[in-house]
Design a protein around this ligand. Structure first.
Ligand code: HPA
Length: 268
């Protein structure tokens, strides 16, 4: 049986408006759902870790949640699979195809990232205006149809960005946007790589999201993506960058996401 059939057995014909992917340390957003149904990825064919005992990357959840966020039917993917886990950039494709089959027209992506912009500090959020695929790997390699030739201009929906900026202001914080550079990881960047990223025009750096955006655009989803800034890029501050720090600071970012994302889904 396919993932969509397993989900449909419990959700009848519910049509979701949007799907939301939660990044490292952000899984608390899933607690905001009402009428929640939980589907562990391990039981959904094609999802990260299907039929496996192995745990998701620490700080990430591994459930698909279906329910209502601020009264709006949505799916939440509490964790993602990263390119650095196995070298497969298309790992999230079956999960994204499933949320499209459930009715999603919009994809909201969150992640944790390092800031290259001195004015956006740890604990702040930064929306993605565009990305640089520095990992150089494309999730559509091997896709046989002409659908693979995806237009990436305005991949990050300008209208959703504008709405989110205004909503953040209403909630009391400034929400900057920037260019996200996708670096494969899992090691963090060297100081030289951060200097290069700045010269290339990047404002943030992280290990996810860009492949999902490419897949989502092929599937016709509108995309909005936003980083929780957990640290300054390597060498930019007197702090040691680590996954523990990422998870700790992400919890501060989560409080902002918990207000912004419900407000944003209400506009869909
Ligand atoms: N680099 C890459 N990925 C990240 C970082 C970073 O500095 N912080 C959180 N995720």
């Amino acid at each position: 049986m396919q993932a969509i059939d397993i989900i449909r057995q419990k959700t009848d014909d519910i049509e979701i408006k949007a799907a939301i992917v939660l990044g490292s340390g952000l899984s608390s957003i899933g607690d905001l759902l009402s009428d929640k149904q939980v589907f562990p990825y391990s039981e959904l064919p094609g999802f990260p870790g299907f039929a496996q005992e192995t745990k998701a990357v620490s700080g990430h959840g591994s459930d698909l949640l279906i329910g209502k966020l601020a009264g709006v039917p949505v799916a939440i993917l509490t964790g993602r699979e990263h390119y650095y886990e196995h070298g497969n950039a298309a790992a999230m494709r079956p999960a994204l195809e499933t949320v499209v089959a459930l009715g999603a027209k919009t994809l909201l992506l969150t992640n944790s990232a390092g800031s290259l912009d001195e004015s956006v500090r740890p604990g702040n959020l930064m929306m993605l205006r565009d990305h640089i695929n520095y990992a150089g790997m494309n999730p559509l390699i091997g896709e046989p149809s002409d659908k693979r030739f995806v237009n990436m201009v305005d991949a990050y929906d300008p209208d959703l960005r504008k709405k989110a900026k205004q909503l953040a202001l209403d909630l009391g914080f400034d929400l900057k946007d920037g260019v996200y550079l996708w670096y494969s990881g899992p090691s963090f960047e060297t100081v030289a790589e951060i200097n290069m990223a700045i010269r290339l025009g990047a404002n943030s750096v992280g290990m996810s999201t860009a492949p999902e955006v490419i897949i989502a655009r092929m599937l016709g989803l509108k995309v909005w993506a936003c980083s929780g800034i957990t640290n300054m890029g390597a060498g930019m501050a007197n702090e040691e960058i680590s996954h523990t720090q990422t998870k700790n600071v992400a919890a501060i970012c989560a409080e902002k996401f918990e207000k912004l994302i419900p407000a944003l889904v209400q506009t869909l």
